[in-house]
Design a binder for this molecule. Sequence first.
Ligand SMILES: [Zn+2]
Length: 337
Amino acid sequence: MPDFSIGVDLGGTNLRIAAVSTDGQLLEKITLGVKVALGRDHVIGEMCDAIHRLTEQYRGSGRFVGAGIGVPGIIDRETGMMCKSANLPGWSDYPVRDEIERRLGVRVFLDNDAKVAALGEKWLGAGRGVDNMAMLTLGTGIGGAIVLNDKIFYGMTGMAGEFGHVTVEPDGVPCGCGNHGCAERYASATAVVRMAHEAIATGNAPGLAKAAKSDPEFSARSIYNLAIQGDPDARRIFHRFGQVLGILLAGLINVLNLDMFVIGGGVASAWDAFAPQMFAELRDRSLVYAASAPEDAVGKKEGASALIGYTRKKTIITRALLGSDAGLYGAARIPAS
Ligand SMILES: [Zn+2]
């Protein structure tokens, strides 16, 4: 039987834990609703119980190589400390790794959730077999990770890949990071809902206004559904979304010239609504993309650059394949690699 590891995906609303064999087979997955309000110690306790149960259960089938944990926040990989997390109040400056190692007596690795999602897609998803790629996770904000020569590129302080806070609008919407006009203010689930409320406030978006009134959730998904049904104001929001994502990707492609860019996260499922504009921006704004665009992404656009198809190697922009399991697989991959 193959060896196995444990992957943990600690989110703001769910705690998910999986036993995964080192050859990538899912052995078992547990989903626990995280009662963040009950505090850090409660969450750590539930996590340790679940890890313990899974390791005991599968120990007979192979060697346990350790646990990887993806967390939503900025972490210090050397010390295994959570430095800052917007979604997990009360976890700042907490030694997550050491505490779990102490309780369970197993090897524990801690990493940022966007980085482990990229590792998951690289291992078993869209990026399988690709050495150089980046992943953008479109959710509440935009998470990001760069993979170079098969390894996450962390940068000096581990913060490389903060794509969401690249400026796309000089005097744009203020962002929690202190900047204005960050990409995630226009191309995330939060941004879609904000833009919808702004459109409703003008009094000229009847479809959105009606949906907001009748749908207590009124989420990015509701607005996507309207866009797909042809509502012009909802379509305009995803047009803006695609435009900003295209501007961001054009910059990344020009700078990094990677083989693949994987788009994941909850709002990636609105692909049909934003991707056409995203590709249009890429063709217009990135000479590197224009020189390496796949034929099927070129379309029939008038005046498409003469550079398109210039090289035999193609820049692939694609959707993630593993959905919310990417983080679980990626976290399990860290101790196994
Ligand atoms: Zn920002």
